[in-house]
Ligand binder design. Structure first.
Ligand code: OGA
Ligand code: MN
Length: 285
């Protein structure tokens, strides 16, 4: 791919690329954004370094990717409901996102993209890993692909919803991230999705599974657990993974439709604080 306005450097064989030549604090021309978006579809997650932006500027940039999703049961920042502060302090033991997952998979229309901007980072550790679900699918044998084709997963996000309805001092969620809020009545936090998902823009197929996946629809419990464990292990082979080390001012935007991600919890006693915006997605097919 040839870029006229930006420079794009992959950071691993699996996925992920760093984008150079963009100042997110300034208005971004349509042609420049077009190239960023193309690089994003190709590399699945793009990174920008040394950005100095205000919440207003981050919100403005986020809107270029689609509608901003307001989280139903985690509170946004007081002045900026669009932004969730993902924060771990010196005392917190819980790390938000510390499992392989894709955002809001429990929802009938899970997030398209997630944008994370680093405000404070530990002196070491706190990286995020991303696993390429196109590669995981492509690496399957024709027999497995055929078998997986018609499988639906059942995905649940109940734990977070339940946590959000009370606040005890011992709640492992407390203080460790954005604060819970009461979800609207009747909020749907479980959904069936295809195990093999077609990306609506690239049209490529990828495996679609994450921590929210509870079982495979229509399978016996033992069968379902066996297959899910196998798929989880397969999805996170080192060859499918890239790892990003954050510094203050780093920005990442990832595609939840074709990646899983994992926040590494290896910096006890240190602080890490991120500004997170999620972009609304469509019903997976
Ligand atoms: C998220 C998430 C990972 C991280 O914000 O959805 O999983 O490294 N974060 O903070
Ligand atoms: Mn996440």
């Amino acid at each position: 791919m040839v870029y006229k306005h930006i420079e794009v450097k992959p950071i691993a064989g699996a996925c992920g690329a760093e984008v150079f030549g963009v100042d997110l604090a300034k208005p971004i021309k349509r042609a420049v954004f077009g190239e960023i978006y193309k690089a994003w579809l190709k590399h699945q997650v793009v990174f920008f370094r040394d950005q100095k932006i205000t919440p207003e500027q981050q919100i403005k940039f986020a809107k270029k990717w689609g509608g901003i999703h307001i989280h139903p049961f985690v509170k946004g920042m007081a002045k900026y409901p669009e932004i969730l502060e993902v924060k771990k302090t010196e005392k917190d033991t819980y790390t938000f996102g510390n499992r392989w997952h894709t955002d809001q998979m429990f929802s009938p229309t899970p997030a398209k993209a997630t944008m994370l901007y680093a405000k404070e980072t530990p002196s070491f550790g706190g990286d995020t890993q991303f696993a390429n679900m196109y590669l995981a699918y492509e690496a399957l044998s024709p027999g497995m692909k055929k078998m997986f084709k018609s499988i639906k997963t059942f995905n649940v996000g109940d734990g977070n919803k339940r946590r959000s309805t009370y606040s005890s001092r011992n709640d492992r969620y407390k203080g460790a991230s954005a604060q819970p809020k009461k979800p609207p009545k009747g909020l749907k936090t479980n959904s069936e999705h295809p195990l093999v998902r077609t990306h609506p823009e690239t049209k490529k197929k990828g495996l679609y599974i994450g921590v929210h996946t509870q079982n495979l629809v229509g399978f016996e419990r033992e069968e379902s657990e066996f297959l899910i464990n196998m798929i989880r292990e397969h999805c996170t082979k080192p060859e499918f993974i890239t790892r990003f080390g954050w510094k203050k001012g780093s920005m990442a935007i990832w595609d939840n439709r074709c990646l899983q991600h994992y926040a590494i919890s290896d910096y006890p006693g240190q602080r890490r604080r991120m500004h997170r915006i999620t972009i609304k997605g469509d019903k997976p097919f």
